[in-house]
Write a protein that binds this ligand. Structure first.
Ligand code: SAH
Ligand code: SF4
Ligand code: F3S
Length: 495
């Protein structure tokens, strides 16, 4: 890849769907192209390079991209030098099919070839040839060959190109070997591969030096992390211990956990390391053993329960969140009720609920009929969500009156909206109301809190008193401690 900045000053538009892994990939691709002289634009009509970073986990996510591509077909005739690229999971999954369905696409670049994008875009603009860069299919080669073809994309980042100066994602592994029968990720992200701990620590130290306070470690099954380095095996708990030593970092999180790999050493690390969030995302997917078996999740409800007991016994007060799929092949009403019971029993902080979407290339799609009608899936989705919301609100209500240490992330959604709704001439913040806009942050248990505060607080830990809540959000006020008197060394003594 050419690393010398070119004089190109094109405009790049990028649309990203999917999980945090995709958000990180987009951030890194954008940084690489900006280094080549590109500027980002939010207007697709202004762009001479258009990238879609795609997700294949459900059909809906793919539809969105194909419709967006369809809308560009005519535009393209008017802009002959425009380069359109489809990158990420759908690129790896659909490959040539993308050129067939959208012949005006120039580039199809899989998750393992993201480093090549700047070069591919330039070549494409020059010779107008379509280019396909993807990894090997898992069925077509040995594990080693396939693994080698999925290259983890982890260049060091330019500080000024990060979306938030205080928060960063750090990838610790790529791929997945669990092969849950409904899931396309092992095909789109390839075999499970852990990054060497030294690389991760180096990246984290750099980020902390540049002012990052919170790092979220990413992996499809992040707690399966294993890497042999200097003759010893590193687990996620070892990595957390080492990351915890890095000065400047204040919070460490990691997603997503696989229930069967929730080991005691990891729970002890969460308990013992104050910077580590007391929060675990451990998707259950279903509350019914028959369904779990058909999903090939590798655990029973009893084993999930045992894991929850270990979490609660080792890390009291730890928040746990989950994912559920409703309407999976053969899910009876009785099976579905068991998912409701599971949510009631474990009182998750929140749950992401999805209607089953058959994915070509997966075991479930090959072998099991998608036999639950769409309206039943929708009803079950709404029902499970209603139960979860009721629980989230009840549990949030119990926190009213308490104080929490919040890591301030930035302006809240409504404050940001207010800013963008205002005419540009009214900016920057002018009147007294704007000096204390609504900010958003999270507790150590990952609960979202909004409160009025000074934007200078962003990136800092502050104490907030909670006075109200919704199912998803706590509402708070900053705790201002009254200064009683000053000690002999000049430091204030607080009430
Ligand atoms: N690696 C993570 C999550 C992967 S995808 C894990 O194992 O938990 C995120 C979520 O999408 C999954 O947890 C699952 O709930 C959902 N999902 C995956 N495949 C799906 C499908 N075919 N239809 C509907 N939901 C799906
Ligand atoms: Fe998909 Fe299962 Fe792997 Fe998660 S663990 S990415 S759901 S195959
Ligand atoms: Fe989607 Fe790929 Fe993430 S399929 S969920 S973007 S790993």
């Amino acid at each position: 890849m050419s690393t010398t900045p070119s004089s190109h000053n094109g405009r790049l538009y990028i649309e990203t769907v999917g999980c945090q892994m995709n958000m990180l990939d987009s951030e890194l691709v954008v940084a690489a192209l900006r280094r080549q002289g590109y500027t980002l634009t939010g207007e697709i009509a202004d762009a001479d390079t258009i990238l879609f970073n795609t997700c294949s986990v459900r059909e809906h996510a793919e539809h969105k991209i194909y419709s967006a591509l369809g809308r560009l077909r005519h535009n393209r005739a008017r802009r002959p030098s425009q380069v359109i690229g489809v990158i990420g999971c759908m690129a790896q999954k659909d490959q040539q099919l993308i050129f067939q369905r959208a012949p005006h696409v120039d580039l199809v670049v899989g998750t393992g070839q993201l480093a090549q994008i700047p070069e591919l875009v330039e070549q494409s603009r020059v010779d107008r040839q379509q280019r396909l860069a993807v990894s090997l299919d898992r069925r077509d080669a040995t594990r080693q060959q396939v693994s080698d073809s999925f290259v983890s994309y982890d260049p060091l980042r330019d500080p000024e190109m990060r979306p938030s100066p205080f928060q960063a994602f750090v990838r610790i592994m790529i791929g997945c070997d669990k092969f849950c029968t409904y899931c396309v990720v092992p095909l789109t992200r390839g075999p499970e591969q852990s990054r060497p701990p030294q690389d991760i620590l180096h990246e984290a130290r750099r980020l902390a030096d540049e002012g990052v306070r919170e790092i979220t470690l990413l992996g499809q099954t992040v707690n399966s992390y294993r890497s042999v380095s200097d003759g010893r095996t590193w687990r996620l708990s070892d990595l957390l211990l080492a990351l915890h030593e890095i000065p400047g970092l204040q919070r460490l999180k990691f997603v997503t956990n696989f229930p069967r790999d929730m080991s005691d050493d990891l729970l002890q690390a969460v308990r013992d390391l104050p910077k580590v969030a007391r929060y675990l995302h451990v998707p259950a997917q279903s509350g019914c053993d028959t369904v779990l078996k058909r999903m090939k999740r590798g655990y029973t409800v009893g084993e999930y329960r045992e894991m929850m007991h270990r979490i609660n016994a080792t890390v009291p007060g730890c928040a746990v969140s989950s994912d559920f799929i409703v309407g999976f092949c053969g899910e009876s009403e009785e099976s579905f009720q068991k998912s409701i019971e599971l949510v009631r029993e474990f009182r998750f902080k929140n749950s992401f609920i999805f209607k089953y979407s058959p994915r070509p290339g997966t075991k479930a799609d090959d072998l099991l009929p998608d036999d639950i009608p769409e309206d039943v899936k929708r009803r079950r989705n709404n029902e499970l969500l209603a139960v979860q919301n009721e629980i989230s609100e009840e549990d949030n209500a119990r926190l009213i009156g308490s104080e929490f240490e919040i890591l301030v992330e930035g302006l809240s959604k409504s404050a940001r909206k207010q800013l963008t709704d205002e005419p540009a001439a009214a900016l920057p913040l002018a009147d007294s109301h704007d000096e204390h806009p609504q900010l958003v942050g999270r507790t150590r248990c990952d609960r979202i809190v909004v409160f009025d505060g000074n934007p200078r607080m962003v990136g800092n830990l502050v104490d907030v008193h909670v006075y109200d809540c919704t199912p998803t959000t706590l509402l708070g006020t900053i705790v201002t401690r009254e200064v009683l008197h000053t000690s002999t060394d000049g430091l204030p003594i607080l009430a």
